[in-house]
Ligand binder design. Structure first.
Ligand SMILES: [Zn+2]
Ligand SMILES: [Zn+2]
Length: 131
């Protein structure tokens, strides 16, 4: 199957990858460089890592979000997208993730027609009392 590389838009063929061979190799090299740099310099900041490994701050945050770095830059901060509390990886904190899960199961188990029919009964009673 032919597709366009996410990075350079060149057409290439691979069943699962979104990057062509060249960009994939480059991404692997960047990741290796960032990881090795942080192992050697555990106190480095995100900006320092980006500069010295020839990557970008965005790329480094992406690694952190994916939990791919054993050592994270000392000033790296991820925040929950919902409540804003600081987190180690991912996009939302553990408690918001729980809330989200609960909300979704509640929505799913709520019988669809029930609230509508009880509303109708209520309205009918209301009308009766009015008369
Ligand atoms: Zn490419
Ligand atoms: Zn949260």
């Amino acid at each position: 199957m032919l597709k366009n590389c996410d990075e350079c838009n060149r057409v290439f063929s691979h069943p699962t990858r979104v990057l062509c061979q060249e960009c994939y190799d480059q991404a692997l090299r960047s990741y290796g460089a960032v990881r090795d740099y942080l192992k050697a310099n555990p106190g480095a900041t995100v900006a320092e890592v980006a500069k010295d490994t020839d990557t970008t701050v965005e790329v480094i945050y992406e690694y952190i979000r994916q939990g791919r770095l054993d050592v994270v830059p000392k000033d790296a901060r991820l925040y929950c997208a919902i409540c804003g509390t600081s987190i180690d990886k991912g996009k939302v904190c553990a408690s918001c993730r729980n809330d989200l899960r609960n909300t979704m199961t509640q929505e799913a188990s709520k019988p669809e027609g029930k609230s509508k029919s009880s509303l109708r009964v209520h309205t009918a009673e209301h009308i009766r009392k009015q008369r």
